[in-house]
Design a protein around this ligand. Structure first.
Ligand code: PLP
Length: 430
């Protein structure tokens, strides 16, 4: 059989890049097969180097809510390129993007731009430690906040896919400062704060988890985090790198009405270019250098191309803020239809959905935290993933990730997805 170009390229890539990739989950290790090398993308579609077309539910892991290569975003980037690519000095665009975000998030008075979600979370915890003068931090199992040392403890995403608790290279003395608790367990949280409340600088949480697959907060969970962190003088950080501008214009905090002290953002606010940001009250943010003593910096922070792409994206989303309901509803209908297909085939499946994010868990029990997520059948997901890929549907190459529906997905795309799903299920029966 003729080898594909992706196979040839992956063979070369493996000689040049560890595992053949620049980010672990891309390598298809948990689902089997060879990653597709992508040549270009447009709207809801990505095209590989072998000329195959896929309906894309990865969306660059979240940023592409408008679909790929949106003409207005492309134009904004083109115009920015003509003025030079980086100056290392202030620009008008970074103020414009900051103002757009601040206007959309009642809890944010000041914001700092960085170049990734990892940097945003890493810097936010340093700021919380500097602000409180405390060292310990608390996170939840299965939540992923990027790969900074302190946060790579019982993290989700690629760490969950590879089935490892943390990572070699993270000093034990640093990991010891990170307390981890089961997501959605209010009792465990209360008990931990009784013990460690006065030592904790911050509590960081994905307000809707996306990195153990989608898991919504149980009623009262986020409320308890807010109440008890306030009581103990702990900085509450919402990591809205995925959920920011995804579930509504603004963050999940706008929907649930709970205001954290700091918020981490990324993905959508960069419109597909490398961006992250963290923001919060003036009192905390002004502890950052040069206003205050907590150091944080970046050669490419506030990069003009990234600001232009982010601004264009948020302008479009702002003008379409009423359309989120329809996007979320279409995603719900897709999920319901998928659930029916699996039900008819008697294959146990739980779909968790929040807005236009969803995860298929091959499980016969509800998925409410990392333990219940990781006991779902990842081998069955791998079979499903390969069946869908063969039929032109590009899902996340891991059982513990979200699928992302964009404004560019048409009814026809969703129909084709269901058709592929029905055919794949036929191959999975028996
Ligand atoms: N926080 C969350 C919730 C994320 O989902 C991610 C990445 O997926 C990050 C932080 C890290 O962002 P980045 O990959 O841009 O460093």
């Amino acid at each position: 059989m003729m080898r594909s170009r992706s196979e040839d390229l992956f063979e070369t890539a493996e000689k040049l890049l560890p595992g053949g990739v620049n980010s672990p989950v891309r390598a298809f290790r948990s689902v089997g097969g060879i990653p597709r090398f992508i040549d270009r993308a447009s709207g809801s579609r990505i095209f590989d180097v072998d000329g195959r077309e896929y309906i894309d539910y990865v969306g660059s892991w979240g940023p592409m809510i408008l679909g790929h290569a949106h003409p207005q975003v492309q134009e904004a980037i083109r115009k920015a390129v003509e003025r030079g690519t980086s100056y290392g000095a202030p620009t008008v665009q970074e103020i414009a993007l900051a103002k757009t975000i601040i206007d959309a998030f009642p809890s944010i008075e000041k914001i700092r731009m960085v170049s990734s979600g990892t940097e945003a979370a890493m810097s936010a915890i340093r700021l919380a430690r500097g602000y409180t003068g405390r060292e310990k931090i608390l996170k939840f199992e299965g939540c992923y906040h990027g790969h900074a040392d302190s946060l790579l403890v019982k993290a989700g995403s690629g760490i969950a896919t590879l089935g490892i608790p943390g990572s070699p290279g993270v000093p034990a003395c640093l990991a010891e400062l990170t307390i981890t608790l089961p997501y959605n367990s209010t009792e465990a949280f209360r008990a931990a704060l009784d013990r460690h409340g006065k030592e904790l600088a911050c509590v960081i949480v994905e307000p809707v988890a996306g990195n153990m697959g989608v898991v919504e907060p149980a009623p009262g969970f986020l409320e308890t985090l807010r109440e008890l962190t306030r009581q103990h003088g702990i900085v509450l950080i919402f990591d809205e790198v995925i959920t920011g501008f995804r579930l509504a214009f603004g963050g999940f905090q706008n929907l649930c009405g709970i205001e954290p002290d700091l918020t981490c953002l990324g993905k959508i606010i960069g419109g597909g270019l490398p961006v992250g940001a963290f923001g919060g009250s003036q009192a905390i943010m002004d502890c950052l250098a040069p206003a205050g003593p907590v150091y944080q910096a970046g050669t490419l922070s506030g990069n003009p191309l990234a600001m232009a792409a982010g601004l264009a994206t948020l302008e479009i989303l702002g003008s379409r803020r009423d359309d989120y309901a329809a996007l979320n509803h279409r995603t719900e209908e897709l999920c319901n239809a998928i659930q029916r297909l699996f039900g008819a085939a008697d294959i146990p499946l739980r779909i968790n959905r929040a807005g236009s994010l969803f995860t298929l868990f091959f499980s016969d029990h509800d998925v409410v935290n990392y333990e219940t997520a990781s006991s779902s059948n990842a081998d069955r997901y791998a079979v499903f993933f390969r069946g869908m890929l063969e039929r032109g549907i590009y899902l996340a190459p891991s059982a513990f990730e979200a699928a992302f529906v964009s404004f560019a997905h048409s009814d026809e795309d969703l129909e084709k997805t269901l058709q592929a799903c029905a055919e794949t299920i036929e191959t999975m029966k028996g």
